[in-house]
Design a protein around this ligand. Structure first.
Ligand SMILES: [Zn+2]
Length: 118
């Protein structure tokens, strides 16, 4: 079993979450940065669009590697980034929940060590 050092679960409203994003990154949500809790990949909606992937429901929930060639992406515990991690799987490596749904943390430059690199 993978050990994690997740902080206690934090439940917030969608409005609180969006306000936090605006405070960190401004009004252009395409530039908001999210960090994959497994591999540490930092991703934006724009990164998804640049690869022809619809970012809706993905940018804060699944690592962009999930939508890449299987041979090139990492998975849980192998230290490769980006990876195939999603919060919709068996292991929820997030302590932030918006309206009951887990989300990736915003990238702040001071994020905890990713689980896959621990
Ligand atoms: Zn990842």
């Amino acid at each position: 079993m993978t050990q994690t050092n997740l902080p206690p679960r934090k439940d917030i409203t969608q409005e609180q979450w969006l306000e936090e994003g605006r405070q960190l990154f401004g009004n252009d949500m395409k530039q908001w940065k999210f960090v994959c809790p497994n591999c540490g990949n930092v991703q934006t909606s724009q990164d998804f669009r640049d690869r022809g992937i619809d970012p809706n429901g993905k940018v804060f929930y699944s690592c962009i590697g999930r939508f890449s060639n299987r041979l090139e992406r990492g998975t849980i515990g192998d230290n490769k980034s980006p990876c195939d991690y999603t919060l919709g799987g068996l292991f929820v490596f997030s302590s932030k929940f918006v309206e009951g749904t887990p989300v990736f943390e915003y990238y702040t430059g001071d994020n905890p060590t990713p689980v896959g690199n621990a």
